[in-house]
Design a protein around this ligand. Structure first.
Ligand SMILES: [Mg+2]
Length: 369
């Protein structure tokens, strides 16, 4: 005897006006293992569509004892209505019916995304090639000729249900995988954004939002290497806020912070070319890295920055330089054809800054090349 695979343990009940039969004693447990797990279905249902009661009864009589849940309708229109309510796992579809015939039903079902994956076995009394081609063209997966051979029916039903179960299995797992991929992608993006903001915070000064010392050191090392390799000039300006300790002592640290923020803004506004960087070098010290900049241009930019800070007109009663907050600056340039290290360039700018302080503050001094 032929034993259908993917045996059915139906879950749905009758009572919707559609003839609904289920198998009893022959019901079997589905197969074991991963592949069988994919194939085994506990709720497979078969819709029988035939205009002749005798045919419907015959098919039910062959399928129900094998454990399949069947429900039957007598026309194509009823079939579409029944499927809209409850999609079966397989359809046994008579070709010749009054009203909508089997071809029309099949092509309607295959045209809809919701029902296209339901396998169809067409039942036809015709043996001719044209009828089979028309059935295939309409989307049927299989054929059975009337009168139906019992063994052939069971085999075709079993195979179709296996294919359907596999198809369902892959569709389900596909959508689970897609969901997992989407969730992972969102997580990676979230982490990426968090990383970006962490990296930004780690490289910028919290008070002024300028590049911090870490970013400054890294950028200066990179730009020095580039300038030496391409024999291009590189300017470094170190700034110091004049009499800043006196400012803090007199106006308080909160006012001191506000003063530094405003000065930082003025310095930033003077870095207009791509590659120019203003940084907080530490405390009340600032810096500018100006790639591809000759000494004259660097001095001009430094003077512009010094004037911009004076233009802020931040009152400073205890400054030794002016009535407002001011800055002093030391300019050093890495010149072509001269091997200067980052340390030497920094020391040169620092020496020039020291001189600017010594000469009375609120001025720019160039390091001697
Ligand atoms: Mg018929």
């Amino acid at each position: 005897m032929i034993v259908p695979m993917g045996k059915v343990v139906p879950k749905i009940g009758a009572g919707d006006g559609i003839s609904d039969k289920r198998g009893g004693p022959n019901r079997q447990t589905p197969g074991q293992g991963a592949a069988a797990g994919a194939v085994a279905r506990h709720d497979a249902t078969i819709l029988i569509v035939d205009d002749e009661l005798t045919n419907r009864k015959l098919l039910e009589a062959l399928l129900v004892p094998e454990g399949y849940l069947t429900f039957s309708v007598a026309s194509g229109e009823e079939a579409l209505a029944a499927i809209a309510q409850r999609a079966p796992d397989l359809i046994l579809l008579d070709v010749m019916m009054p009203g909508m015939d089997g071809y029309q039903v099949a092509s309607t079902l295959k045209a809809s995304h919701a029902t296209a994956s339901i396998p169809i076995i067409m039942l036809t009394a015709q043996h001719d090639r044209a009828a089979r081609l028309a059935g295939l063209d309409a989307g049927a997966e299989e054929f059975l000729t009337k009168p139906v051979d019992r063994a052939e029916l069971w085999l075709r039903v079993r195979n179709m249900l296996r294919l359907k179960a596999l198809n369902d299995f892959f569709q389900t797992h596909n959508s689970i995988l897609e969901q997992q991929v989407q969730a992972r992608t969102a997580e990676v993006q979230r982490l990426g954004t968090a990383n970006e903001s962490l990296e930004y915070l780690s490289l910028h000064d919290g008070l002024t939002d300028l590049a911090n010392r870490r970013l400054f050191d890294r950028y200066l090392a990179d730009q020095t290497a580039i300038a030496r390799r391409h024999q291009r000039p590189l300017a470094l300006i170190l700034y110091d806020v004049d009499s800043f300790k006196a400012y803090n002592d007199h106006y308080g640290h909160q006012a001191g912070d506000e003063c530094l923020k405003q000065i930082a803004g003025a310095l930033r506004s003077c870095c207009r070319r791509p590659g120019d960087m203003a940084a907080r070098h530490g405390g009340e010290e600032f810096a500018m890295i100006l790639p591809d900049t000759e000494l004259n241009s660097a001095v001009q930019i430094g003077e512009t920055a010094r004037n911009a800070v004076m233009g802020l007109k931040i009152p400073h009663q205890h400054s030794l330089a002016a009535a407002y907050a001011t800055i002093s600056g030391g300019v050093a340039v890495l010149v072509r054809n001269r091997d200067m290290t980052v340390e030497q360039l920094t020391a040169a700018a620092d020496g020039a800054l020291y001189q600017a302080k010594h000469l009375g503050r609120n001025q720019m001094v160039c390091a001697q090349a």
